[in-house]
Design a protein around this ligand. Structure first.
Ligand code: NAP
Length: 287
């Protein structure tokens, strides 16, 4: 790579950033197309977020990604926000044009593409059970509602957050879906009534790889089971589901497809999907 004064910078803002696979994935994609771009992890302390964003505006950046814990906080620095990101209330991708910042959210579409490809199915008409109500759950639940899921159960350890997400969806898309908030002790019946189960909690993530947010006894063969977690690539929940004979969808394709959408927003070119998959699979193996 030939870095020079014309090199376009793209950042990843978050804290902490130690295990992100996005730099490997995007730099492999830029290299594949010989684009004079570089993707940089930029770890930002909360008290420095405003200064860093203002600095980025004055530098040679085409955009950046935003991760935990800034997906909501970044909104106040945007000049414009895409409708879908506005509805979700979170931004993970920013484009900078003539010093103006526009925020998008590619997490939901990333999940949807991975579901359609790896479950070989559409969300349209399905009953979906989501466990978790944080950033990933918000993006995925809105994507489910926009793509005509028949019913969306939102089950979270902190009930108020299930309720708040459910209200936000029902308010902004009353015509789309029926969304039902619930606490953990109500999950049995809702899972039984569902076609698709999606883990959007961090339970089961490395290093706690023997934990699952769902008791194996609640899973059944006809349920498609998905996990947003990509490290480990096959979580305890997915291993349990596979043993029962369920179709499973890993978290890694969601990561790649949210990156694919972001790449296309920044460059206006079709992303090299295979290269992006290979780069993250290799990085995870070497982890
Ligand atoms: P977040 O906003 O911090 O939300 C975390 C969620 O996990 C909350 O619902 C929280 O419940 C729940 N939770 C945490 N510990 C729990 C426990 N011990 N028992 C039950 N629930 C628990 O995080 P996020 O951004 O949504 O990320 C969630 C997961 O998705 C992470 O593993 C992340 O790596 C993954 N993710 C993957 C992708 C991808 O591209 N594949 C994209 C985004 C995120 P409370 O509200 O009760 O605290």
């Amino acid at each position: 790579m030939n870095i020079n004064v014309d090199t376009k910078l793209i950042g990843l803002l978050g804290y902490p950033l130690a295990h992100s696979l996005s730099p490997v994935m995007h730099n492999a994609a830029f290299e594949e197309y010989e684009l004079n771009n570089i993707y940089l992890p930029i770890q930002v302390l909360p008290e420095n977020l405003k200064t860093v964003v203002n600095g980025i505006k004055k530098m040679n950046f085409s955009g950046f990604n935003v991760t935990i814990p800034y997906k909501i906080k970044i909104i106040k620095y945007m000049d414009e926000i895409d409708d879908y990101a506005k509805a979700i209330g979170a931004v993970n991708t920013v484009i900078i044009n003539n010093g103006l910042m526009k925020g998008y959210n590619t997490d939901g579409i990333g999940f949807l593409r991975s579901f359609e490809e790896f479950a070989g199915n559409k969300i349209d008409g399905k009953k979906v059970f989501i466990v978790g109500a944080g950033g990933a759950a918000r993006a995925i639940a809105f994507a489910m509602a926009m793509n005509n899921a028949k019913k969306i159960y939102i089950c979270n350890r902190t009930f108020e957050k299930s309720e708040s997400l459910s209200n936000d969806i029902n308010k902004s898309m009353p015509q789309c879906s029926h969304t039902v908030p619930m606490s953990f002790d109500e999950m049995r019946e809702a899972i039984n009534d569902s076609d698709v189960l999606i883990n959007c909690t961090s339970v089961g993530m490395h290093p706690n790889i023997e934990l699952s947010p769902i008791d194996k006894k609640l899973l059944f063969r006809d349920l498609t089971v998905c996990d947003a977690i990509y490290n480990p690539s096959k979580t305890k929940l997915l291993r349990d589901a596979e043993e029962i004979g369920c179709k499973i969808v890993l978290g890694l394709p969601m990561l790649v497809y949210q990156g694919v959408e972001a790449f296309e927003l920044w460059t206006g070119r079709k992303a090299p999907v295979d290269t992006m998959f290979q780069s993250v699979e290799k990085a995870l193996k070497n982890n």
